[in-house]
Design a protein around this ligand. Structure first.
Ligand code: 13P
Length: 248
């Protein structure tokens, strides 16, 4: 399975930010890539971005509602994201879990909604600082995975993003040994839950990935790529991360 480097712009980006996507497209054309590339801009920009990037890299949403349509004011379905040009959607990001009270069951329903629409789901999980401090991080992630990843997930329809909450936007990252241990643990949980299919599902790392630390993190075994926040907003930084991935 090829690695995936994904950018999550979160609630950042007006029309002028499309210029960064144009620069990313030009930069990718000039490099030979060892990974797949995805940008998840705000949903308001997906359709315009789709016209601009013309398949040079994939586009995704940052969340979807589980249902396909209905009286859910302000929400977006996976079908709408797909219609706008998305091929992926992030579900269960810790900011959604924290600020919108999303449960593991909500996240699993969203992943199913993504699949129904033909989108690949990036299902996020990760522990808080207090949970890691208490030594509960492996257990917390196992429980989140069990509740958030539907049992018929495959490498074709799902990727996992391990994002320790305390590493998001803080400049702090776990040690390489801690990332290795957690990714191996998540792999074991995936195989227990999905059987053989769990062997191939990509496990991305997310949390303060930048051009300086990406080489150490992204070339670890079992790290199938990255989910990048702040450093995906500027094409030059994001390109430096993408080109930091070595071919297997
Ligand atoms: P940062 O890369 O800004 O820490 O954000 C990570 C993240 O939450 C990506 O989804």
């Amino acid at each position: 399975m090829r690695s995936l480097v994904a950018g999550n712009w979160k609630m950042n980006g007006l029309t002028a930010a499309l210029g960064e996507l144009g620069a990313l497209k030009d930069g990718l054309a000039a490099s030979s890539l060892a990974c797949d590339v995805l940008v998840c801009p705000p949903a308001t920009l997906i359709a315009q971005a789709n016209g601009l990037v013309q398949g040079a890299f994939a586009l995704g949403g940052q969340d979807c509602r589980a249902e396909a349509s209905g009286a859910f004011t302000g929400d977006l379905s996976a079908e709408m994201l797909k219609d706008a040009g998305a091929s992926y959607v992030i579900v269960g990001h810790s900011e959604r879990r924290q600020y919108h009270g999303e449960s593991d069951a909500d996240v699993a329903a969203k992943a199913r909604g993504a699949w129904r629409a033909g989108l690949k789901a990036i299902i996020c999980l990760g522990e808080t600082e207090a949970q890691r401090g208490a030594g509960a991080h492996h257990q917390v992630c196992a429980v989140q995975l069990e509740g958030s990843v539907p049992q018929d997930a495959t490498a074709a329809n799902t990727a996992i993003a391990y994002e320790p909450v305390w590493a998001i936007g803080t400049g702090k990252t776990p040690s390489s040994a801690d990332i290795l241990a957690m990714h191996a643990h998540i792999r074991a949980c995936l195989v227990r839950r999905l059987g053989e299919a769990g062997q191939d599902v990509l496990i991305l790392y997310g949390g303060s990935v930048n051009p300086n630390n990406c080489g150490d993190i992204l070339n670890l075994p079992e790290v199938g790529g990255a989910l990048v926040g702040g450093a995906s907003l500027k094409a030059a930084d994001f390109l430096a991360i993408i080109t930091g991935i070595k071919a297997p």
